[in-house]
Design a protein around this ligand. Structure first.
Ligand code: F6P
Length: 324
């Protein structure tokens, strides 16, 4: 393999730059040409590539976002879009593609590699949601949960000064992992996630209990994809039956997607970036490279996207006991 390309796709995640850097430098170490596709699959279709050298990935390991830009490409979902992408890759002599992204990006990669088997594809899990099967953590998750923890600690200060009830909405359209882990770390009074049913009456009973024992300030973490609705909706439902505490809503939004990656994310990204190139050279195809229990593991892309969070009842029980 002489020439590979790397791209970032879907929602950006802190640590994507560190992964790009590792892919580029490992490729160069093996005397390969490395191209960067601009704005994910859009770059493949538009034939917009950057020649990557060692200097082009200098001084980026600590930066959030992605120097290659990212997009959610609708055109790549069409056979015509993928054909154009394939022809551009072929014309440049690119034989291997490293896709850094989440489930939507991997679905696209899997279809491309199935339709055009002479392009080998490796996925690197890059999403703040941590919702891929085959890796304990995705790149960006650790940074995102630490951002949430810092923000909610600040909110907790003002919540307890005013004896207020806060509903804090965190990202996770389909997955509650950001909410669950950060909720435990901030000592949330309740954690509402899409994977479990939210019972407003139970929530109110918990709030009554806290109010009776004169808790100063309550913080409820709500994943944006919770079945009962977002933070505003749930706050409204609760307020209709429980008006003992003044209620506020905070939506953390995209601050969770930016910022300097944590040490954990930088190291994970570097390791997976390095392993992705080694995997292409070893002939691997249509797999995601992940890390489980400290070891590098490969999972078919088609399996990696089938993540359904195994909600650990003990963890949920523990979180509840901690808020009593
Ligand atoms: O997939 C990552 C993610 O941050 C989700 O948690 C969130 O629902 C979504 O992206 C938001 O996407 P966008 O930035 O396109 O609004």
């Amino acid at each position: 393999m002489q020439h590979i390309a790397v791209l970032t796709s879907g929602g950006d995640a802190p640590g994507m730059n560190a992964a790009i850097r590792a892919v580029v430098r490992t490729g160069l170490y093996h005397n390969m040409q490395v191209s960067g596709s601009v704005a994910g699959y859009e770059g493949l279709i538009n034939n917009e590539f950057r020649d990557m050298n060692s200097a082009s990935v200098g001084n980026i390991i600590q930066r959030g976002g992605t120097i290659l830009k990212t997009a959610r490409s609708k055109r790549f979902m069409t056979p015509e879009g993928r054909k154009q992408a394939y022809e551009n890759l072929k014309a440049r002599g690119i034989e291997g593609l490293v896709v850094i992204g989440g489930d939507g990006s991997f679905r696209g990669a899997e279809v491309l590699a199935t339709e055009y088997p002479d392009i080998r594809v490796i996925g690197i899990p890059g999403t703040i949601d941590n919702d891929l099967f085959g890796t304990d953590f995705t790149i960006g998750y650790d940074t995102a949960i630490n951002t949430v923890v810092e923000a909610v600690d600040n909110i907790r200060d003002t919540a307890s000064s005013h004896n207020r009830l806060f509903f804090v909405e965190v990202m996770g359209r389909d997955a509650g992992l950001i909410a669950l882990r950060s909720g435990i770390a901030v000592g949330a009074e309740a954690i509402l996630i899409p994977e479990t049913q939210t019972h407003v009456d139970k929530l109110i009973a918990q709030l009554e209990r806290g109010w009776k024992r004169q808790k100063s300030g309550h913080v409820i973490i709500v994943a944006e994809g919770d079945d009962a609705g977002g933070a505003f909706k749930i706050a409204e439902l609760v307020q209709q039956k429980f008006d003992k505490l003044e209620t506020k809503v905070a939506i953390l939004g995209h601050i969770q997607r930016g910022g300097n990656p944590t040490c954990m994310d930088r190291v994970l990204a570097t390791r997976l970036g390095y392993e992705s190139v080694e995997a292409l050279l070893a002939g691997k195809n249509r797999v995601m490279v992940g890390q489980k229990a400290g070891k590098v593991e490969f999972t078919p892309l088609s399996q990696a996207v089938k993540h359904i969070m195994d909600v650990n009842d003990t963890i949920l029980k523990m979180a509840e006991i901690m808020s009593l």
